[in-house]
Design a binder for this molecule. Structure first.
Ligand SMILES: NC(=O)c1ccc[n+]([C@@H]2O[C@H](COP(=O)([O-])OP(=O)(O)OC[C@H]3O[C@@H](n4cnc5c(N)ncnc54)[C@H](OP(=O)(O)O)[C@@H]3O)[C@@H](O)[C@H]2O)c1
Length: 228
């Protein structure tokens, strides 16, 4: 895949990746390795540290969104939030991780003067009532955490993909500021989502914006820059 990430010669940023051991998080870390920017990978367990180092994390910190993880912000000047409790846990963890963990991350970003904050959301977050009974608590958690970010002082970008795939990325997407049609039609490989999260950090016109993404025909960098 031809991945375009961050032009060389720009400023170097130190990016805290929350949820770094996840499927998307790991792709973010390994793609950041190919840039001049540095990564801080937040993981939950000691045994995950060497994996993250092996794929290129510059620093790995252990912490849990359900307890104090403020130490993870040391030296960070941007955040990519990709954490989530996943489908195997109940609505209690969805509230504590996807909603409250995101809220606490926003608060810590503000406290630590980390202005740029990229939140991985989902296409069903704007309209939780359109979701199935099973998915509605997750969509509500995402809806409320997105709302909280929008009311923060951060230069956030909220990225809404639909169902994530493990296919190889194409480096090409369709991006928009509004969603049209079925939220589940916004399918996209995780590899391309990771690329969008990283590139969104560098697009100033995406500050304080929410974007919807799916696989498409436009190079990721161009698709993001053409949005405004
Ligand atoms: N699946 C989809 O189709 C879809 C669609 C749209 C949006 N999304 C969003 O994309 C996110 C990332 O997807 P993914 O496939 O990368 O998910 P994933 O593989 O389940 O990754 C989630 C990560 O969050 C971490 N995490 C969970 N609870 C935590 C806690 N208390 N403290 C710190 N970290 C914690 C997990 O840690 P461990 O590795 O230790 O378990 C895991 O590394 C999802 O959570 C969801 O919000 C998903």
């Amino acid at each position: 895949m031809n991945v375009h990430i961050f032009q060389k010669g720009g400023y170097i940023i130190n990016i805290l990746v929350i949820g770094a051991n996840g499927a998307v998080g790991k792709k973010v870390i390994s793609q950041l390795k190919d840039t001049e920017h540095t990564s801080i990978a937040l993981v939950r367990k000691e045994e995950q540290v060497s994996d993250l180092e092996d794929i290129g994390a510059d620093k790995v910190v252990i912490g849990d969104l359900e307890s104090d993880f403020s130490h993870a912000f040391e030296g960070a000047d941007s955040v990519i939030f990709t954490a989530g409790s996943g489908g195997k846990t109940g609505a209690d963890k969805t509230i504590l991780v996807d909603l409250w963990g995101s809220k606490k991350s926003v608060d810590l970003a503000e406290k630590n003067n980390v202005r740029r904050f990229i939140q991985l959301s989902a296409t069903d977050s704007p309209n939780p009532d359109g979701e199935s009974d099973v998915m509605r608590p997750y969509a509500v958690a995402k809806h409320v955490s997105d709302y909280y970010i929008k009311n923060s002082n951060l230069d956030y970008t909220i990225v809404h993909p639909g169902p994530l795939q493990d296919d190889v990325g194409t480096g090409k997407i369709e991006a928009s500021l509004t969603i049209e049609g079925d939220p589940n039609s916004y399918t996209i490989p995780r590899e391309d989502v990771a690329n969008v999260l990283i590139n969104a950090l560098q697009v100033d016109s995406l500050k304080r914006e929410a974007i919807f993404i799916k696989s498409g025909n436009t190079e990721i960098k161009d698709a993001l820059n053409e949005l405004k």
